[in-house]
Design a protein around this ligand. Structure first.
Ligand code: GLC
Length: 545
């Protein structure tokens, strides 16, 4: 009955939700070809129900050449054949909902695949043809148009323009791609681009999808004059980033979302350092929430995390959107690995091979971080495999990596494959239960992967999975955790403690020494055993106070 209540329409179900991110290619493989699929997710729905999540966010499951893990969409109205069919998606949405779990899909509005019908049409058309206006085709600079139109830097490193070849075999115009060349940027001042995305939103909302995660949400608008990026730009006037006119898109999308009986949810991927610019995306007529990357990228340090929590509350005070708490996703080094490093902050530009890592330390901290984030008011995101305590895989055999970030860095950046390795479900077998056929997984699993298997963790009360399950269960059953009340408590340096409501306190020890606990009547959950009534280093506890 609890699940039926969870899926009740009409309430702002998401305000306090736990949202689990599924990377379908690596979740579970039912057809046994080594690649995860939607039938695999359907089969494993009991795992997700048992974990207690409210919704699933699927990274793109649409038809795609997978030049960037599906973020190169060739057709929004079809499921990639490797993952299944539209009927599979509809069945999955329905079956999940029967378990009280809603579905969120990924929308990638900044760009499409170079295999998308629009881009193929544009390539076949002559310069100046309206088919090219849906993208950013431009003549090159200099004699013969041989020089790139701007020196903008791609989010994947390198430049942002690729030259086309005309039907006569001669070099032609250039087109803009803020990511890989297989991801041409759309021109958001073209009416077709806006209309098509609005139709795509309705297509999925009409199939029962509860909301969308909006990819690269601050990047859609570009200055049509294509100026170079300068030292300083007035807020909202950067040539290709966080421009003011982008907000019009989300105002229209919010109206569509609100026109449904159960209003649909807009979640933004908004990477912005300036918190005030960030919360502009969360104004009441725009998105409902956005990922808290400020918190996610901070090091395992009491003051740094406290500062981020304070800044999050301060900036969100101006809007009604809830804060979100995120430890990782399909782009980020797994917490168990990251927190086991001397520099435990995250920056794309800082990823390097061979960084010394203490995985036991990282695992302790990742467990503590799970309790910290689960105890904060707002929305909790969990990336698949973090509930199993998976580390980043860093030692792939030669030739199996796929991430364009790795290749475009000239091999300096290990890329994001290491957090996308197929999940281990059972302790034994050639693919640890990822499939039944034993067909090798699309990215190889390390030989020790079976020690993280979901099935063995489920029956071990000290496991990562049991910690996550219990934390999510208490998040739902503790009235203090369902409310918004939050107050810091005095602590020793290196220790974070806060009260939620009348009778709940969370203490996290990020220092080196044992930490004293405030007076309490019981411990509800701890990431590590208490020592003589005190909290060891790199551990967290939830107390009844
Ligand atoms: C987002 C996605 C990332 C993708 C990029 C381009 O940042 O999370 O995986 O590569 O957008 O679509």
């Amino acid at each position: 009955m609890q699940s039926a209540q969870r899926a009740r329409p009409g309430t702002e179900w998401w305000r306090n939700a736990v949202i689990y991110q599924v990377y379908p290619r690596s979740f579970a493989d039912a057809d046994g070809d080594g690649t995860g699929d939607l039938a695999g997710v359907r089969r494993r729905l009991p795992h997700l129900a048992e974990l207690g999540v409210d919704a699933l966010w699927f990274t793109p499951w649409y038809r795609s050449p997978q030049a960037d893990g599906g973020y190169d969409v060739a057709d929004y109205r079809q499921i990639d054949p490797a993952f299944g069919t539209l009927e599979d998606a509809e069945a999955l949405i329905t079956e999940a909902l029967e378990l009280g779990i809603r579905t969120i899909v990924d929308i990638v509005p900044n760009h499409v695949s170079d295999q998308h019908a629009w881009f193929q049409e544009a390539l076949a058309a002559a310069p100046g043809d309206p088919a090219r206006d849906r993208f950013w085709f431009h003549d090159g600079r200099g004699p013969g148009g041989d020089e790139i139109p701007t020196n903008w830097t791609s989010s994947f490193g390198g430049n942002t323009w690729t030259r086309t070849t005309g039907p006569d075999g001669k070099p032609g115009q250039w087109y803009l791609h803020m990511f890989a060349p297989q991801q041409p940027d759309l021109n958001w001042s073209h009416p077709d681009v806006a209309a098509e995305h609005e139709a795509v939103l309705r297509f999925w909302y009409d199939r029962g999808v509860a909301g969308v995660r909006i990819d690269s949400a601050s990047m859609l608008a570009k200055d049509p004059e294509l100026p170079e990026v300068g030292e300083h730009h007035a807020p909202g006037a950067h040539p290709h980033f966080d421009r003011d006119e982008v907000h019009e898109v989300y105002r229209r999308w919010r109206k569509i979302a609100d026109s449904y009986d159960e209003p649909r949810l807009l979640v933004g991927e908004v990477w912005l350092e300036d918190n005030d610019r960030f919360v502009r995306y969360l104004r009441d007529d725009e998105m409902h929430m956005a990922f808290n990357f400020d918190f996610m990228t901070r090091p395992w340090d009491a003051e740094a995390l406290a500062e981020s929590i304070r800044a999050t509350f301060a900036s969100h005070a101006a809007v009604s959107a809830p804060p979100t708490w995120v430890l990782s996703n399909h782009d980020i080094t797994r917490p168990v690995t990251r927190y086991g490093r001397e520099d435990s902050s995250f920056a794309f530009s800082a990823k390097r091979f061979g960084t010394p890592t203490d995985l036991a330390l990282g695992a302790r901290r990742a467990r503590a971080a799970a309790l910290l984030t689960a105890a904060l008011p707002g929305v909790l995101y969990v990336y698949q495999g973090d509930e199993l305590g998976l580390p980043e895989v860093e030692d792939f055999p030669e030739g199996v990596r796929e991430d364009p970030m790795h290749f475009r860095s000239g091999g300096v950046d290990p890329g994001r494959d290491g957090c996308r390795v197929p999940l281990p479900w059972s302790a034994d077998g050639p693919t640890f239960g990822f499939n039944d056929t034993g067909t090798s997984t699309w990215l190889p699993q390390p030989s020790g992967w079976g020690s993280f298997a979901a099935e063995s963790q489920a029956s071990d009360s000290d496991s990562f999975l049991s910690l996550y399950r219990e934390a999510i269960r208490l998040r739902r059953s503790e009235p203090a955790l369902r409310g918004e009340a939050f107050a810091w408590t005095e602590t020793a340096p290196g220790v974070l403690a806060f009260r939620r409501g009348e009778d709940f306190t969370c203490v996290v020890n990020l220092g080196d020494a044992l930490a004293d606990l405030p007076a309490h009547t019981g411990a509800l959950l701890a990431s590590a055993p208490l020592e003589g009534g005190r909290l060891p280093a790199d551990a967290a506890v939830w107390l009844r106070t």
